[in-house]
Design a protein around this ligand. Structure first.
Ligand SMILES: Cc1cc2nc3c(=O)[nH]c(=O)nc-3n(C[C@H](O)[C@H](O)[C@H](O)COP(=O)(O)OP(=O)(O)OC[C@H]3O[C@@H](n4cnc5c(N)ncnc54)[C@H](O)[C@@H]3O)c2cc1C
Ligand code: SF4
Length: 562
């Protein structure tokens, strides 16, 4: 399709790119997909080798050649970080599998908590934050959450979460098996009067193939073997859901997708009127080529989406679709706070089973609790999930234990099977100091400047995090642990989002509720980039729902493709 004009060009064929490729190609559109990583096979990504995947980060290898840089404040020199995965199918290949819908309140933080007076009653200092409601709500996404859950295969159910939004249908698969860590945490939550529930997981608890009205072209996959090697690895039996084993094969089977792997897009091109005309990319042999397209969709994840928009030119000016000046602004991430308990007389064996087989508790998520006088708004989710293989836990040592030698070895040998952690996934709000721009000092292997993230948790987050450490300690003591210790407050986030805000007002946002640029009709941005605010839940279910919804919107624009 190189010399033809594609209907749609996808920049990045990870999870979002996979969904869009399947949906749009099935509707008969000619899709060209560029993926800077390779097309891996199970032999590449599913070997049970902790040193290879966890210590040496093998799946991040390509990213080493084009890193992101990071600093906490403008007076620091940004240092190199490798926070993403480059491979066909994207980060879902190595994800943990926690699957959560956002709750209805999460889409309305401005009106629900600032305009309504919650923030004032809390005494929250929100100076410097830029908080806007989403232009869409839970009800707009509900049917698409369902599509994602039934096509990718999500296990859930059991005790309902009283804080969840309404669902039209249950889950396609029953919940995963429980384990000692889950039972201990659940009992402690109940004892303290909270509402624990088994969180949903993108992991098959039984063999599964979607049936109509969902996409029955997705092949049957087998059930989880509870090997405990989910996080940072691919699944060796295909039970952990991934774009590579669901939507991407179906997209390719349509014959309407021209897929280029090991091919990196470095610029989005436009004509004198400002309309997008296509992209420029490096072939695997590093030749520069151009692909023309009627519609371009950026699906390269948070850092790369912002980088491409900042590096491309439009109407002779640097930057794309940036009349609001908001491109790259308002980037945010979770802080993960861990509280670990040691049980001298009780075997936990926390390494068993998938990390995402978890009990979660939302009593302190979002606006689910009374914030009066707390000094902050929003919250986070408490959960206990899988505790990982030995190399993932070598540094989870309580104060007072030496970190080398005999004492260290004896402690690890005793504690590895007798500990588990409760994690609090706490929310960050978008702050005007937290942004992605272009690093003036570092270039990637192709000579292109890399994205630079400037990010620090600010006053609302720090108060919230201290509150959550205290709650985490109370919860862990409630399990009966003989020794309890906690992680420090982090300076780096997990699960990044923001930077290309969606919103109703083109003056303060870059894209609309479909991820379509306010400035340029035929440019879309997808993924967590477009989130105006976060929540204590992981993002993938919401990202997927947005992608299904946008695919439907684009398919409705038949005039664009005549
Ligand atoms: C270890 C780990 C655990 C996780 N656990 C969870 C979890 O439990 N629950 C949850 O909800 N989420 C989790 N996530 C996050 C989840 O994986 C992401 O939300 C999801 O993959 C995002 O999809 P995406 O398509 O936006 O981005 P990605 O899946 O990252 O895909 C982006 C793709 O674009 C490609 N690309 C980027 N730039 C270019 C370019 N210039 N040219 C060509 N290609 C490009 C990349 O190589 C990549 O393949 C986890 C992530 C990781 C890494
Ligand atoms: S725990 Fe289950 S889903 Fe995770 S890698 Fe093992 S078999 Fe796959």
């Amino acid at each position: 399709m190189a010399d033809e004009i594609a209907d749609v060009c996808l920049v990045g064929v990870g999870m979002v790119g996979g969904i869009l490729a399947k949906e749009l190609a099935t509707a008969g559109l000619k899709v060209v997909g560029f993926e800077r990583g390779a097309a891996l096979t199970r032999e590449d990504y599913a070997v049970r080798d902790s040193i290879h995947f966890v210590v040496r980060n093998a799946l991040l290898d390509w990213v080493r050649h084009e890193p992101t840089t990071f600093r906490n404040s403008p007076d620091q020199r940004a240092v190199l970080q490798f926070p993403t995965t480059n491979a066909l199918g994207g980060r879902m290949l190595t994800w943990t599998g926690q699957s959560a819908r956002f709750s209805p309140d999460d889409f309305k933080v401005f009106s629900g908590e600032i305009a309504s007076g919650v923030a004032a009653r809390a005494g929250a200092d929100l100076a410097g934050y830029e908080i806007y409601d989403w232009p869409i709500g839970y009800d707009d996404l509900e049917p698409y959450y369902e599509r994602y859950e039934w096509e990718f295969g999500v296990a859930g159910g059991g005790d309902p979460n009283p804080f969840a939004g309404p669902r039209r249908r249950g889950y396609p698969l029953p919940p995963l098996r429980t384990s000692a860590r889950m039972e201990l945490f659940e009992q402690a939550c109940k004892k303290l009067g909270y509402h624990p529930y088994q969180s949903a997981a993108g992991i098959l608890s039984q063999p599964y193939r979607p049936a109509a009205p969902y996409d029955s072209r997705i092949e049957e996959r087998t059930a989880c073997a509870y090997c405990g090697h989910c996080n940072f690895y691919g699944c060796h039996v295909g039970a952990k859901t991934s774009a590579l084993e669901t939507v991407i094969p179906v997209a390719l089977s349509t014959g309407n997708v021209d897929l280029h792997t090991n091919s990196k897009v470095f610029r989005i091109n436009s004509d004198d009127s400002g309309k997008i005309t296509g992209v420029s990319y490096f072939t695997p042999q590093r030749e520069i080529k151009e692909q023309r397209a009627r519609v371009v969709i950026l699906c390269g994840f948070v850092f790369e989406n912002a980088r491409l928009m900042l590096l491309s030119e439009n109407k002779g000016k640097a930057g794309l679709a940036n009349s609001s000046g908001a491109v790259g602004k308002g980037v945010f991430a979770h802080a993960d706070l861990h509280t670990t308990g040691l049980f001298d007389d009780y075997l936990i064996n926390g390494f068993i089973g998938p990390n995402s087989a978890a009990i979660r508790m939302d009593d302190f998520n979002g606006n689910n609790f009374d914030h009066t006088g707390l000094g902050f708004i929003r919250g986070g989710a408490f959960a206990t999930g899988g505790d990982g293989t030995p190399v993932q836990r070598y540094d989870n040592i309580p104060p007072g234990i030496r970190r080398w030698g005999k004492e260290y070895k004896e402690f690890l040998a005793h504690a590895y099977t007798r500990t588990f952690s409760i994690s609090a996934t706490t929310e960050a709000l978008p702050h005007s100091d937290n942004l992605i721009d272009i690093d003036p000092d570092h270039k990637d292997d192709w000579g292109i400047p890399v994205p630079r993230v400037t990010f620090a948790f600010k006053q609302n987050e720090r108060k919230l995090q201290r509150h959550f450490l205290a709650l985490g300690e109370t919860l862990m003591r409630g399990t009966g642990a003989s020794k309890v210790w906690q992680s420090r407050l982090p300076n780096f986030g997990s699960r990044w989002a923001g930077g290309i805000r969606m919103g109703a007002d083109p003056k303060t946002s870059v894209v609309n509720g479909y991820g379509q640029s306010h400035d340029i009709d035929n440019l879309f941005v997808m993924g967590a980039s477009v989130f105006p605010t976060l929540t204590g839940y992981p993002a993938t279910a919401t990202i997927s729902a947005l992608a299904y919804r946008t695919a439907e919107y684009i398919m409705g624009q038949r005039d664009w493709f005549k």
